[in-house]
Ligand binder design. Structure first.
Ligand SMILES: *Cc1c(COP(=O)(O)O)cnc(C)c1O
Length: 378
């Protein structure tokens, strides 16, 4: 048996040890963390909906009607009217014929990819794709080919040499970089090679595009260009869960074959009710996206003046490149000493040598929050 304690010690010595904090309040820029007040730039609650009074009220109404647990998997007896209505509203929102709820984004990704592909097929993934997309590829038993980040011409070359079913998979907005995938090029390449294109828009939906329809809408694409659109509900939507939107045949295939859909308990219906309310707010509250754009501008212009190592991002994900894990951790600790919480992102989440601070902004940050962050970074 291997010596787990020794391995943990090595991890600590390499500045790669991870630990959890205890939060004792709702999501907000000002958090109570381990008993201290901290100003947070770590949350994916981009629109500030996680503790919105109308979303909370919808959750409570949902619990009064449906109770807490859904009782079973969707295909057994767990599929409620609330789930179904949310699926119809997500289909309408994304412009696809159908949508299907999953319990988490991780489960959606492994379920979709492994339902569509098998031995002899090939999945093409951007090198910086989210771990759940990579794991889905591995689980499917298809050949997994990774292409250099956002390198559409490299991908086109790889596709030209491939037989069998082909699936191109990319983050819409890259979760640790904040940049947007070259979706128009990917859509053209997919068409030219008779491949599926799947976009995981966990960080684009709600934040980018008309009514928050995400990175495809931001880039002027329509639903036909992205036949498989996956989104999560625990980020900009402020609730929990995930969905995939696509054709009637795609959704029915997933209901029959996606094992992480079939063999798991349905989300609590009250969560679906809360998400129906947050979806309405996502679509109508344009001011939240406008406010985010303002905050991104304020942060980037301040950071530029300070000469900080910004990355090329227009989204609320604004990483500062540190290089070594040790450096990223030291920066994060020094910010925390000044009452500011920013996560240090280290390998294996990002490639070796590209550890960074991952700063995320939310529509409910105030101007003075950004100014405090910039002062501390200075
Ligand atoms: C967060 C995230 C997921 C996983 O979603 P969960 O609902 O948290 O499981 C998948 N893909 C991307 C790009 C993500 O950022």
């Amino acid at each position: 048996m291997k010596d787990l304690a020794a391995e943990l010690e090595q991890r600590r010595a390499a500045h790669l040890y991870r630990s959890r904090r205890q939060i004792s309040c709702a999501q907000s820029p000002e958090l109570r963390v381990d008993g201290r007040s901290l100003l947070s730039f770590c949350s994916n609650d981009y629109l500030g909906l996680a503790a919105h009074p109308e979303v909370i009220a919808a959750l409570q109404r949902g619990a009064n009607q449906y109770g807490v647990g859904s009782g079973a998997a969707h295909l057994v007896i767990g599929h409620s009217h609330a789930h179904h209505a949310l699926e119809e509203e997500l289909a309408d929102f994304t412009g696809h014929p159908r949508a299907l709820l999953f319990s988490t984004g991780y489960m959606a990704n492994i379920g979709i990819i492994s339902a569509l592909l098998g031995r002899g097929d090939t999945v093409f993934e951007d090198r910086l794709n989210h771990a759940s997309l990579i794991d889905g590829g591995i689980l499917s038993r298809a050949r997994l080919k990774r292409y250099p980040h956002a390198d559409a011409s490299h991908l086109a070359h790889q596709l030209g040499e491939t037989q069998g079913e082909k699936l191109i998979v990319t983050d819409g907005v890259f979760s640790m970089e904040g940049d947007i995938a070259p979706l128009s090029e990917l859509a053209n390449i997919a068409r030219a090679h008779d491949a599926w294109l799947m976009v995981d828009d966990a960080h684009g939906l709600g934040v980018l595009g008309e009514e928050g329809r995400g990175s495809p809408s931001h880039l002027g694409l329509n639903p036909n260009d992205v036949p498989i659109l996956m989104g999560t509900l625990g980020k900009a939507f402020g609730t929990f869960g995930a969905f995939v939107a696509g054709s009637e045949a795609l959704i029915e295939t997933l209901i029959q074959q996606a094992r992480s859909y079939i063999y798991t308990t349905a989300l609590p219906p009250a969560i679906a009710e809360a998400t129906r309310t947050s979806l309405r707010l996502v679509r109508t509250d344009e001011w939240r996206r406008e406010r985010l754009r303002e905050l991104v501008r304020r942060f980037r212009s301040g950071a530029q003046q300070l000469g900080l190592p910004l990355m090329d991002s227009i989204t609320p994900i604004q990483p500062l490149l540190a290089g070594s894990a040790e450096q990223a951790l030291a920066w994060s600790q020094r910010l925390e000493a000044q009452g500011i919480l920013v996560s240090a992102i280290r390998p294996q989440t990002v490639p070796e040598g590209s550890a960074r601070l991952r700063i995320t902004l939310s529509a409910i940050h105030r101007d003075e929050h950004i100014d405090r962050l910039l002062e501390a970074l200075a």
